[in-house]
Ligand binder design. Structure first.
Ligand SMILES: Cc1cc2nc3c(=O)[nH]c(=O)nc-3n(C[C@H](O)[C@H](O)[C@H](O)COP(=O)(O)OP(=O)(O)OC[C@H]3O[C@@H](n4cnc5c(N)ncnc54)[C@H](O)[C@@H]3O)c2cc1C
Length: 478
């Protein structure tokens, strides 16, 4: 069976790793080639993990950065003693520069490719973008690249990542506006010491921008422009404990017993998990409810103080949002999904927290007055070579605006638009009503943010690895 993988980022690496798992391959037709299509020179690193500043760190503790689903020590084992050079003292765990994590992806891909070659499944990489998919006679699919070459495959896995950052205020083309901040090593160079910098957004990308400016020794004023004014939570020190109740198995059991899954069922699992540890779920729920109304600076200070808090509730929620969440979301009743979408800002800030090291940088800048968080932003407009911002407090100006808004999950990546259209035209896939793409043919698979019907939380490595493992199992099915 010939397999084509479109896109060569973290999802493709996780898929190759899962396909190379020899014990599962024993009973399967192990012949055929695997062709990976990736136009970027930074093969296997995808959008986030290419060369960048040392200060641009991964956002997640090592156990959740493993490309091998279920093997929480895979990345830490690769990192080995080097981890000591990147220790986050508050977290008690290494947090590496994203470019170094990219080396892990390269290593994992090459190792998986070597293992697959030994099993008689050579992996080749085609440095081109796939633009079209067509069905010809028989059961084979044909992929066409932007270089006009055609490649046949029996199955196709689409691992094409997420969309490009939206320009909410129509500022593209204005001098002083950066539409996409990555790599930060290139984009922050043009900011002069006396500039007032406004960063659109207050999520993890905005945190990256602030931390990179601080690492550059930037002395000027920085304002985070946000509608909600909510900053991400801060990771707590991992306790090595794995949930016993909030698991995919328990969710599947509840769903098959009842024929549906309700948010209350998930809350029930978390309640039991917390009760086992002598904790009260209602206390955690009250904390979460206050996220939108509390002063973000006060909350950040509290969060930093709580890194060592031994309570498990938030830890379980943060881990399982990525490991169990994507599976549970698809089973949830629609009214519960609507309710969660209404609280997406709070849910995202809990599910995608910042690392303590970055939180400390933000706190220092907030305390010194160099950084402020503005809420209720309604407009950012170019006026006489500067930018005028309207927010809850009135008006302010900035010399430079950096866009730190992320595309919603399930947005079609720019490089994949043509291919997605052709898959639909060929009847191989359809668009999901709430975004993303759904295979309409058993030969087509989707891994990563583009998978239709997913939640509003951007895929993490843990989520992508879990999806890749399920896709590898499906690809092994004749
Ligand atoms: C800046 C940033 C930082 C992040 N940090 C973390 C983190 O620390 N921890 C974490 O768990 N998650 C993090 N994430 C979440 C992230 O989604 C995953 O970590 C991971 O990168 C997703 O991998 P992917 O392969 O799905 O997508 P990508 O990494 O985006 O890779 C997709 C690849 O597909 C290629 N492609 C697209 N279209 C085509 C086409 N038509 N033909 C051929 N190739 C194509 C692209 O060139 C790209 O290389 C981060 C995300 C971003 C954007």
């Amino acid at each position: 069976m010939d397999i084509a993988i479109v896109g060569g980022g973290a999802a493709a690496v996780a898929l190759l790793d899962a396909l190379a798992a020899t014990e599962d391959n024993a009973a399967v037709d192990g012949t055929g080639t695997i062709t990976v299509f990736e136009p970027s020179p930074h093969r296997w690193r995808g959008r986030p993990y290419g060369p960048d500043l040392e200060a641009v760190l991964v956002n997640t503790p090592p156990a959740l950065m493993s490309v091998r689903a279920g093997d929480f020590g895979h990345f830490a084992a690769w990192l080995g003693k080097r981890g000591a050079d990147h220790l986050d003292p508050l977290l008690g765990q290494p947090l590496v520069p994203r470019a170094l994590y990219g080396e892990y992806l390269v290593h994992s891909a090459e190792k998986a490719a070597a293992a697959l070659a030994e099993q008689g499944r050579p992996v080749r990489v085609v440095a081109a973008r796939v633009t079209d998919a067509v069905v010809r006679s028989g059961t084979r699919l044909v992929l066409r690249t932007d270089e006009g070459q055609e490649y046949e495959a029996d199955r196709v896995a689409l691992c094409m990542g997420g969309g490009t950052p939206p320009d909410l205020y129509g500022l593209t083309g204005e001098a002083g506006f950066t539409a996409d901040p990555y790599p930060l090593a290139d984009t922050l160079d043009h900011i002069a010491a006396g500039d007032d910098v406004a960063v659109i957004g207050s999520g993890l990308t905005a945190v990256d921008v602030v931390v990179a400016l601080a690492a550059h020794g930037y002395p000027g004023r920085i304002t985070l422009l946000s509608r909600s004014g909510v900053l991400p939570y801060v990771w707590q020190r991992p306790d090595g404990r794995r949930p016993a109740h909030v698991t995919v198995e328990q969710v599947a059991k509840l769903h098959s017993a009842q024929g549906y899954l309700a948010l209350d069922d998930l809350v029930g699992l978390l309640r039991t998990e917390m009760a086992d540890a002598g904790e009260d779920f209602d206390e955690l729920a009250a904390q979460l409810r206050s996220a939108r109304t509390e002063d973000p600076v006060r909350r950040l200070r509290q969060q930093i103080a709580a890194v060592d808090d031994p309570r498990i509730g938030r830890r379980v929620l943060q881990e399982t949002a990525h490991t169990v969440g994507p599976y549970a979301w698809r089973l949830l009743r629609e009214p519960d999904r609507v309710w969660l979408r209404r609280h997406r800002r709070t849910a995202t800030s809990v599910a995608s927290p910042m690392v303590p090291l970055n939180a400390s940088v933000l706190m220092r800048l907030l305390d010194s007055g160099q950084l402020t968080v503005s809420s209720g932003v309604t407009a950012v407009e170019p006026v006489n070579g500067r930018f005028q911002v309207r927010d809850a407090e009135g008006q302010r100006t900035a010399h430079v605006v950096v866009n730190a808004v992320n595309a919603p999950p399930q947005a079609v990546p720019g490089a994949a638009r043509h291919l997605v259209r052709s898959l639909m035209d060929a009847g191989l896939a359809t668009l999901h009503p709430s975004g993303g793409m759904v295979p309409a043919d058993p030969r087509v698979h989707v891994v990563g943010d583009l998978a239709g019907g997913g939640s509003f939380i951007t895929s993490s490595i843990a989520g992508v690895a879990a999806q890749a493992s399920r896709t590898a199992a499906a690809l092994r099915t004749p």
